[in-house]
Design a protein around this ligand. Sequence first.
Ligand code: F6R
Length: 612
Amino acid sequence: MCGIIGVVGGDRALATILEGLARLEYRGYDSAGVALQSGNELWSARAADGTRSVEALVERCTNAPANMTVGIGHTRWATHGNPTEVNAHPHLDCGNRIGLIHNGIIENHSELREHLQSLGHGFRSATDTEVMVHLMEEELKIDGDLVQATRRMLPQLRGAFAVAIISADHPNQVVAARRVSPLIVGSRDDVSFLGSDIPALMGHVDEVYAIEEDHVVDLRPGTISVTDLEGNTVHVEPVTITWDIEVAEKGGFKDFMTKEIHEQPEAIAATLADRTRDGFVALDELDLDEEDLRTIDKVVIIGCGSSYHAGLVGKFAIEAWGKLPTEVDIASEFRYRDAIFDASTLVVGVSQSGETIDTLEAIKKAKKSGSKVIAVSNIVGASMTREADGTIYTRAGLEVSVASTKTVLAQVVALELLALRLAELRGTRSAEEIAEAMADLQALPAALTQLVDASEGPEAIADAVGDAQDFFFLGRHLGFPVALEGALKLKEISYLRAEGYPAGELKHGPIALIEPGVVVVAIVLSGPMAEKMYSNIAEVKARGATVICVAEDSDHIVDSLADYVLRIPDVAELVAPVLAMVPLQQLAYAIAQAKGFDVDRPRNLAKTVTVE
Ligand code: F6R
């Protein structure tokens, strides 16, 4: 998820872009860049300096030619290619005449790159984005028309994009288009603006126009025209901006946690984008020798907190699909015990930040022993990705709220992709079975969309149980990691005692604590364990507990057992945990809200834990 901004006209293009980029940093900040146009000149600058990228860009722009009237700017959250200056946007064509910025993922970038290279185009970056600027270069050769060239480029692209293009040969013009990723435009007096979202345009316009998919916008000083792929003019209704800057950064949501919960369908779609090629599972960043993956005889997954829970789900997938013995360990434990692993062990470090010290040190230890190491990270170029032999990136976009939501779901999906790749290489699943499992994963974004919009159920339950002090989260099989994650979310943001337990362990101790006033949250996923969960629910009900069930839509038995039911859509068994975590995020959120706590910044916690 990147931030984009564009300006045409007036005499403050650069200043407007730099101010806008500073306001877009919440969308990502690992690098930033700007391209300016005036007369027949194109000037560009880029900087990659982590959280200081926009500041560093401002310093570089002190050399920018004065009075440039057209410009585009970008703040990047890397998905393809490390967060380096060469991968920062804008990207330029071979002749440095066209500048292009992009938010989204081009799924067919590999095949487009190959084709363009065969036509003689030289690539400078490792990004998916760069193919677009070379495509534009090709298309402009036909008639030199920036809008027509964009119209011809769009059908060649698969994936998600909001793209803005300027050219040295096209003064006073920015052309933009979108598919999936958002794009808004607006104009005032003799200046027109575009942006990925409202903060980019705040203070400049009072009304914005939201562009529809596959429409092309031609921005000129003070005028905007929108056309479809056939060139027909499209009428767009304006929307008045009523948000202040703080609300705008949160996309209109009350806080970042709500925003990030709502971004989960997009985060999962992005993590799944471009993961099959020619019928095979494609994990481009993994970069590990196929023979090494084929010959491993054990997998060890390491993580902390929510990342550990994602690992526990991953174990089921790797065992079921890849038929490999899989251990999951808490990084701070793994580091200091005499764990048995060697060159035939695959060690997977799971961490959204890619910086958690215990996980980092654990994978270093594994590497020293000759094991192959994979990092699963949300941050391109993070320490763990540099340490590991290969990486699978979750492409969840920047997560600001301390409690992980969209990144945990994306970690589960990334581990399941790894499981499918292992199954493919080891021949433990047929091509049909792998395609079917891939389709099960692909069904998640739509099911998540349904879920994230339905927060009323959790809110009503939170009202009813919010005064309780003791919560037990019970699950079996794939429901157990979900129970652990649900309990952790509640602890973190509501400061309530919440324990996650494998439901089968109930009789071995914890049932002694069940009495009226205790709330039991039972995760009932379809499959062989459902019946056993029904018995466990009956046991705690008989001892006076209030029971909340998370269950699939088709499960009608829970209605007669539980006090409250949180529903999730029916999906395949191995992908169900991804959905089941969502109502538990919403429940924890609703309880914390009712208590008046700051959900984004819970006490005593930090987003990145770089100390032991
Ligand atoms: C839970 C949470 C933490 C992290 C843990 C690991 O909501 O955010 O438990 O999951 O600190 O962090 P990463 O994934 O960055 O290694």
